[in-house]
Design a protein around this ligand. Structure first.
Ligand SMILES: [Zn+2]
Length: 110
């Protein structure tokens, strides 16, 4: 099962093959203020980690939300294009950070 699934999506457990609607993600705070977002299979309790965030990632996501808000109010097409390009670039950087953090956290758990 991919952990990159959307809310309300029906997923199949890799462990017991139960089908269920993706539950609301739970959050646990780990050391260094890393947040783990995860859910359990309702049948076998197998834990799936969706993603992790650290302070930098949360700050970056927060800034992205502000950019999106700003984007709703841009006056010119040119300004909109520039802002959208920046948003897309930042999205890629955040994704890279999240992928790296995920890998690091999963390694530490082994
Ligand atoms: Zn299961």
């Amino acid at each position: 099962m991919s952990t990159n699934v959307k809310q309300n999506e029906v997923v199949t457990c890799n462990d017991c093959f139960a089908e269920f609607v993706l539950p609301k993600l739970k959050r646990t705070v780990l050391k260094d203020l890393v947040y783990k977002f995860y859910f359990h299979c309702p049948d076998c309790e197998y834990e799936y980690v969706s993603y992790y965030t650290n302070q930098k990632i949360r700050r970056d996501i927060n800034r992205q939300q502000k950019r999106w808000a700003k984007y709703q109010k841009v006056q010119t097409e040119e300004a909109g294009r520039k802002l959208l390009a920046q948003i897309n670039m930042e999205d890629r950087l955040i994704k890279k950070d999240m992928d790296a953090l995920f890998e690091k956290m999963e390694k530490e758990l082994v």
